[in-house]
Design a protein around this ligand. Structure first.
Ligand SMILES: CC(C)(COP(=O)(O)OP(=O)(O)OC[C@H]1O[C@@H](n2cnc3c(N)ncnc32)[C@H](O)[C@@H]1OP(=O)(O)O)[C@@H](O)C(=O)NCCC(=O)NCCS
Length: 187
């Protein structure tokens, strides 16, 4: 996706309680801290940045990915403090489709924060980037993520066997594919 063609600059999206904004190097300590909780990375394909240096590197990588057009990864920041409490992203752009992914500090779970973030990013993806399909890949044990996608009326399309292999343990997992079309999205 050539972001420069459709966006003037990296967007800032606002909801009642959060800001979705570009990641900054100052976010590195908080990013590393909330990721150091196994509950946050249990169902992901990596364990998060294990050192502060890696946290700086990964922020630089994601921001470079925006310049190169393969990912737009937003910091989810508390609107009052501007502190990063999670991230949400669109990547794997191909034609008019993209994949969505997200994670949130456990301190903020079950308060509807990710519902606000996903709603904004779906609206942004469909209305500003012109996507027609947004897909997600979730392992079956990840009940929270499965339920939140169903809440947005993502449709389950099937199982990709042994699809995602963990970058540290090498363990491969079956992943379920979910998708939502722009015509099905209601904000
Ligand atoms: C998945 C995750 C982002 C949910 O964030 P959240 O802000 O707690 O979600 P919300 O509060 O907006 O919940 C929205 C809905 O999701 C479902 N849900 C969220 N957490 C759930 C849980 N632990 N168990 C069952 N359903 C859950 C519920 O349907 C909920 O609606 P309700 O509160 O009205 O019942 C969070 O649990 C997380 O960061 N998990 C670790 C990272 C991860 O797995 N990312 C996804 C990889 S595919």
């Amino acid at each position: 996706m050539d972001f420069a063609k459709v966006l003037k600059e990296f967007p800032v999206l606002k909801t009642d309680r959060i800001l979705l904004r570009k990641l900054r190097l100052e976010d590195a300590p908080a990013l590393k801290k909330y990721y150091s909780n196994e509950n946050v990375y249990r169902y992901l394909d990596w364990n998060g940045p294990e050192t502060l240096e890696r946290s700086f590197e990964i922020i630089n990588l994601w921001n470079k990915g925006y310049d190169e057009g393969w990912i737009i990864r937003f910091a989810i920041a508390d609107k009052e403090t501007d502190e990063i409490i999670g991230t949400i992203f669109l990547n794997e752009f191909e034609g008019k489709r993209a994949e969505i992914g997200y994670e949130l500090s456990e301190n903020y779970w079950r308060r509807g924060i990710m519902t606000e973030a996903i709603s904004e990013v779906l609206s942004f993806g469909f209305n500003q980037l012109g996507l027609v399909r947004i897909q997600a890949f979730v392992c079956s044990e990840n009940v929270a993520s499965t339920e939140i996608l169903k809440k947005f009326e993502f449709k389950e399309e099937g199982c990709l066997r042994q699809f995602e292999c963990h970058s540290v343990t090498g363990e491969c997992k079956d992943m379920w594919v979910y998708s939502l079309l722009n015509t099905e999205f209601q904000k």
